[in-house]
Design a protein around this ligand. Structure first.
Ligand SMILES: [Zn+2]
Length: 246
């Protein structure tokens, strides 16, 4: 229970930081300056308005100064990050795995939002999280994680070359972070899941006549990785139990 609450709180704070990144990184604005302000009246937010989730609820989704509506997207991102962190903290407590999975989850929350809104995954997010995860892998001597990074990066790079730009550079750099965070075995599971989920949705869209619109791939990489984090080991066991029986 202690870790559940601690990680939930940490997640809501980092979710609040994710909101800043989601808005500013695709617009090439600094994430450190200027301080948070209301999108309507530009009024600077006071400390009591910066509390994740609580401020939005207390102000009923309105700016304290101009009463302009603050999008539900802000508390939604904070809540999603908090719930993911809580689930990770509950399962893995204070551990290297928690650090790796929380880093990936935060990177995904930002990437999925910017990929949908601007069709890009900012380098600060993909390469930034990859750098953190590479350092963790080296310090803890998890060589399977370094291999995972190289492997997933190479596979997506080859897909990008083969499909002549059907896979964006941002997706390739995000795959590098996924490999480094999951290790090679689970990274392959997550990529397979991303391709299956993405393929099913792409086929459904094609059948409905949405031809020629490339799908943002980051949401599928994120979905594949989240499924893998929580049930990847079971999926691997299940897969081998079937293969070995054949
Ligand atoms: Zn305002």
């Amino acid at each position: 229970m202690f870790w559940l609450i601690s990680f939930f709180t940490l997640g809501s704070v980092l979710g609040s930081f994710a909101n800043v990144c989601i808005w500013r990184l695709p617009r090439k604005e600094s994430i450190a300056w200027p301080p948070s302000h209301c999108p309507h009246c530009q009024g600077k937010l006071r400390p009591q308005h910066l509390l994740p989730l609580i401020s939005w609820l207390a102000l009923r989704g309105k700016c304290a100064m101009c009463k302009g509506t603050i999008s539900i997207r802000y508390p939604a991102v904070e809540l999603a990050t908090a719930l993911l962190f809580a689930a990770i903290g509950y399962r893995w407590q204070l551990s290297i795995t928690s650090l790796q999975y929380c880093t990936l989850s935060l990177a995904f929350i930002i990437s999925v939002a910017t990929d949908i809104s601007h069709r890009e995954v900012p380098d600060e997010v993909s390469l930034g999280s990859a750098a953190i995860l590479a350092v963790v892998a080296i310090v803890t001597a998890q060589w399977g994680h370094l291999l995972g990074g190289i492997l997933l990066f190479s596979i997506l790079f080859l897909i990008a070359v083969a499909s002549r730009g059907g896979m964006g550079g941002g997706d390739i750099k995000l795959a590098l972070a996924i490999g480094l965070g999951l290790g090679w075995k689970l990274a392959l599971v997550s990529l397979a899941l991303a391709i299956v989920v993405g393929g099913v949705l792409a086929t459904a869209l094609l059948l409905r006549g949405n031809r020629g619109k490339a799908l943002p791939f980051a949401p599928f990489l994120a979905a594949g990785t989240w499924i893998t984090m929580f049930c990847g080991e079971k999926l691997v066991e299940f897969y081998f139990s079937i293969v070995l029986r054949l």
